[in-house]
Design a binder for this molecule. Sequence first.
Ligand code: DGL
Length: 280
Amino acid sequence: MTDNRAIGVFDSGIGGLTVLREIWNAVPGESTVYFGDNSRAPYGTKSRSTVIRYSLQNMRFLESKDVKMIVVACNTASAYAYEALKAGAKVPVVEVVTPGADKACRTTGNGKIGIIATKATISTGVYKDAVERRAGELGMKNIEIFQQACPLFVSLAEEGWWDTEVTRLTAEEYLKPLKDAGVDTLVMACTHYPLLSKVIGEVMGEKVTLVNTGEATASVVKELLGSEGIASGENGNGPVREFYTSDEPELFEKVAAPFLGEGLPSGTRHFTTDRYEVTV
Ligand code: DGL
């Protein structure tokens, strides 16, 4: 069985493009529709009910594009809204928390796992719960989890300051407690953080493995396409990659370029999802 419909991906803005890039790498033949809610970003400082409402609206938009699967690229939206999305979805929904937690458990040697994310994601405790649950399933004992919100990392990544002195100093300040705790695995539980991975890796030291949740999520997408029998088949024209933003398309494309590397978006269209009425 094959299904040539696109995979829908949404994020609060451009950070989810780091997840999209991993999906393109894992399943290059699949068409994708990306929605960046730039006009309402950031989500990482918003309340639970607001993030749930925005996420349900974004899902409604992607469903209107007849997608076969929805990927919640945003960690904050995954942490706050996954249950609500799953309950209302017509197609499979993939979030980024469980894949990241699974990868962290499989990576750690000393059982000390660090999690860095937005304030909102950390405050939910969802990642901590997911790591503990996965560790339990894998029969792992003595897991210790250390969490740290790193809100400034989002601005630094969007500013393009991926490898600057300011970023290094900020990283040293944020990551000190995790280094002191002796974590050997660090989950980058925010869409933007993989862009800062050079500095984060250098500050943490070479013995610490960084987990990119986007990469782990892309593997889950690939598996699910197979197990659900919805992978795309022979597609004469090749995959179609569409982009929508709730802010100015020109601005989106300008800021998005460094996030995507190659495969730059063009022909991005404007759409606002606040027109959808949803119940939270
Ligand atoms: N996409 C968000 C996340 O992964 C980071 C940016 C934001 O706060 O909206 O948590």
